[in-house]
Design a protein around this ligand. Sequence first.
Ligand code: ADP
Ligand code: MG
Length: 399
Amino acid sequence: MTKPFKTLDDMRDVAGKRVLVREDLNVPLADGAVSDDTRLRATIPTVTELADRGAIVLILAHFGRPKGQRHPDMSLALLTRPYSLLLGRPVRFIDDCAGEDAQAAVATLQPGDIAILENTRFHRGEEKNDPELVRAMAALGDLYVNDAFSAAHRAHASTEGLAHVLPSFAGRSMEAELDALEKALGSPEHPVAAVVGGAKVSTKLDVLKHLVERVDHLIIGGGMANTFLAARGVNVGKSLCEHDLASTADAIMAAADRAGCTVHLPYDVVVAREFKANPPTRTVNVHEVSGDEMILDVGPAAVEALGDVLKNCRTLVWNGPLGAFEISPFDIATVALARTAAALTGDGSLVSVAGGGDTVAALNQAGVAASFTFVSTAGGAFLEWMEGKELPGVVALRG
Ligand code: ADP
Ligand code: MG
């Protein structure tokens, strides 16, 4: 199948070319060490492939929020050594991503060399997508590769502008992410189920509105289920609940009805009086929550029924945990449904795609992240994609 964007397979005569590669190197540091190298590892396929094909690999990335100024503690020089160790190859550092000094430094590189260029956000023009900065960056390279899906929801010089002035290609991680998302919501196999959980309806309104038009089953869990239950007249006690969104919740349920999407709300729940680890709990029907209790997880009967829904689906897209999973024992429903989804994926009956910061943490806690078809660590970009938004960095790659 031909893709709507060019990939590294479409790149000819790479040897000796200077390739500007936008990566996501925005990793957490603790005491100067990289505390989670997931993002660094995601860059390896593209960077090694290009270097092996004889390109001069020039990595562009942002780091932190320096707001257009040089901050030594947000210099990508801090990552050069850990990155080099991870790659198992030498990595040079060039202390600007535009300008004459950077050009001179790039001119000393040989085919197969890899260099990290300084934090793009040290330039004010980066976040403004300033054409002058775009031209200055473009002067360093012959080709442009965008491999940072997680930054693609922003139209910045290094994520969007460059695609308009240099021949552009999606890197391997970007390609894998776009392929997975296309399979999950673009042209999925039906029936499609979506799990939307997490704390609040207000942060995911656009996600819900988009999904009811596209999926066959919308499974609502987490704190946001309380808002829907309350809108249906259920007394949710002291649960996290946005009572002011009752009419919005009604409108979403009505839209789902019209679109032929079945909305699943929990009918049994796990409640507690305190929001702390291992408090006394009760498992009750949603109509039996007392005024001083909080709903903190979906109950076992509902989870079993949801597992049966997944058994009849071909595609699953998941954002947001079903309960307050950080606190024991309110991770039980999330872990159980995640394991069911992972088993169905293993059997080949389900394509499962998940994303979101807490969702990824919950899937890791369940030990099933690797058993899903695809887990996106893109955060904001993943959510915007679930809202049906066009991501500027992706649109620009289509040319
Ligand atoms: P993601 O980061 O995957 O997009 P969210 O940030 O939207 O997910 O939601 C995760 C948060 O929702 C977690 O902190 C979790 O504790 C909270 N949460 C889930 N269910 C409940 C609930 N019933 N009551 C209170 N908080 C909840
Ligand atoms: Mg979150």
